[in-house]
Design a protein around this ligand. Structure first.
Ligand code: MN
Length: 418
C-alpha cells in the first residue's frame, strides 16, 4: 500500500496522516462541543463540513453536531466507511481544499472532551504475563494463575461515570487498607497505573442474543488508549471475593482520539497459541484470530521535574485473549452490547523486564524503586504525570499515533474536608 499524500500542512509523516483520521469531540472558545476528525495538527470540524458537503460527509445525517461520538457510532459500519472514505478523498484531493479548509481548526486552539458517552465499562485481564505477575504479588503462596484464567477472558464491570478524557487531573483516592494486622483509613499510598487499550462499541447487540466471535468485530467502532488508575493498597484489601471496587472506580483516563478499527486493519496479526483450546463459543475462525500490533509505552514525569522518562515499552500483539473472544464471552449469558460500551484489554505486559504495564510490576510490588529524572519512585506521588502512548505501522513506512492518555495526580479530598 503506497502512502497517501494529503494537502493538509504537516499531515504526511505525522502520527495523524490521511491513513489514520481518528475521531474525537472538541470545542473552541465558548462554542459547543462537536465531533471532529484529526489530521496532522488540525481537527476537521465535521459538523461544519457535513453542512458544506451535504451529499458527502453530511449524507449520514445529523450525527456530528453532538457532544459525543455516540450518534455517529450507532449509525453503523456502512456510515463509518462512507465518512472515512469521503474524508480520505477530501484531505488528499487538492481540489477539495476550498471545501475543507473552512472546517480546519488548529488542534492547539481546541479543547478535547470525552469522546464517548460511556455506556458500560468492562475491564478484562487478558495479558498472560500481567495476570501471572499480579498473581505472584497478590497471592505469593499460591499458583499465580487461578484455574479459570486460561478458560475464559476474566473481567469485571468498572465504573463508567468516572471515565475522563486525557488531561483530566486524577485526585488521589482515600480508602481502607490493611497495615500489618490493622485496618486503617487514608489517602492511598500505592497509587498505580495500568496501560491498556480499549475497544469502543458502536453497534448495539440484541438483548438475549449472544454475539458470536465471527460477528464481534462488526460491533466495534474503534480503539483508544486507556489508563486504569489503580490504588493497590485499597484493591488488595477489598478485592476478595468479588473483585476490584473502590481501588479502581475513582478514575479511568481515556484518550481524546478514537482510532477507527478499519485504520488498524493493516496491523492485525495472528494471536499467540491458546492452551487448552477454548470452549466452542470462544473458538475463532482463522480470519477472526487477530490481535493488534500496536506499540505501547508508559512515560512518567515526576512532580517538580521537567523530564519525562519512558518506563516501559510493550505491544498489544502479545495479549492472550482476543477482542472477538472478549465480546463473545461478555454476551454469552444474554447480556447485550450498547453503543458507548468500553471494553478495556486489561493491563498489557510483556515477558521481559521493562515491558510491564503497571508500576506494581515494574517495581516488583514496590520493593525495587525506579530511578526517574533523578528521583526514586515506587508508586505515584502527588504532582506526578503519567502519559500512555501508542503507535502502529499501517503499511509502507506509515506509522499512526493513538495519541495519548495523560493524567497528573493531584491531592484528593478526604472525608469531612471542605
Ligand atoms: Mn485494568
Amino acid at each position: 500500500m503506497t502512502a497517501l499524500r494529503s494537502w493538509v500542512p504537516g499531515a504526511d509523516g505525522s502520527g495523524f496522516p490521511a491513513e489514520h483520521l481518528p475521531y474525537g469531540v472538541f470545542s473552541t472558545g465558548d462554542g459547543p462541543a462537536r465531533v471532529g476528525a484529526r489530521i496532522g495538527d488540525h481537527v476537521v470540524d465535521l459538523a461544519r463540513l457535513a453542512a458544506d458537503d451535504a451529499g458527502g460527509v453530511g449524507a449520514v445525517g445529523d450525527v456530528f453536531a453532538r457532544p459525543s461520538l455516540n450518534a455517529f457510532m450507532a449509525a453503523g459500519p456502512d456510515a463509518w466507511r462512507h465518512v472515512r472514505s469521503r474524508l480520505t478523498e477530501l484531505v488528499c484531493d487538492a481540489a477539495a481544499r476550498p471545501l475543507v479548509e473552512p472546517a480546519l481548526v488548529p488542534v492547539d486552539r481546541t479543547r478535547a472532551h470525552l469522546p464517548v458517552e460511556v455506556a458500560d465499562y468492562v475491564d478484562f485481564y487478558s495479558s498472560l504475563e500481567h495476570a501471572t505477575n499480579l498473581g505472584r504479588l497478590f497471592r505469593p503462596d499460591g499458583e499465580p494463575l487461578l484455574p479459570n484464567w486460561r478458560h475464559l477472558p476474566v473481567g469485571y464491570h468498572g465504573r463508567a461515570g468516572t471515565v475522563a478524557v486525557s488531561g483530566t487531573p486524577v485526585p488521589r483516592p482515600s480508602g481502607q487498607r490493611r497495615v500489618g494486622d490493622e485496618v486503617v483509613f487514608g489517602p492511598s499510598e500505592r497509587l498505580d497505573i495500568e496501560l491498556e487499550v480499549a475497544a469502543v462499541v458502536g453497534v448495539p447487540s440484541v438483548p438475549g442474543r449472544p454475539v458470536p466471535t465471527d460477528r464481534a468485530a462488526e460491533h466495534v467502532f474503534g480503539i483508544a488508549l486507556l489508563n486504569d488508575w489503580s490504588a493497590r493498597d485499597i484493591q488488595a484489601w477489598e478485592y476478595q471475593p468479588l473483585g476490584p471496587f473502590l481501588g479502581k472506580s475513582f478514575a479511568t483516563t481515556l484518550a481524546a482520539w478514537v482510532t477507527p478499527l478499519d485504520a488498524l486493519a493493516p496491523c492485525r496479526v495472528p494471536g499467540r497459541p491458546q492452551d487448552p483450546e477454548p470452549l466452542p463459543y470462544l473458538r475463532l475462525r482463522p480470519e477472526d484470530d487477530w490481535v493488534l500490533a500496536v506499540d505501547l509505552s508508559v512515560a512518567l514525569r515526576p512532580a517538580g521535574t521537567a523530564v519525562e522518562e519512558v518506563l516501559s515499552r510493550t505491544s498489544a500483539a502479545g495479549l492472550y485473549w482476543r477482542l472477538p473472544q472478549q465480546i463473545a464471552h461478555a454476551t454469552v449469558n444474554g447480556a447485550h452490547l450498547r453503543t458507548g460500551d468500553l471494553l478495556a484489554s486489561g493491563t498489557v505486559s510483556g515477558p521481559a523486564p521493562g515491558t510491564e504495564g503497571s508500576l506494581i510490576e515494574l517495581t516488583r510490588g514496590g520493593r525495587e524503586p525506579l530511578e526517574v529524572g533523578g528521583v526514586r519512585r515506587t508508586f505515584l506521588e502527588d504532582g506526578d504525570e503519567v502519559v500512555l502512548r501508542g503507535e502502529a505501522a499501517v503499511g509502507d513506512g506509515v506509522r499512526i499515533s493513538l495519541g495519548e492518555a495523560r493524567g497528573r495526580v493531584v491531592p484528593g479530598a478526604v472525608p469531612g474536608g471542605r
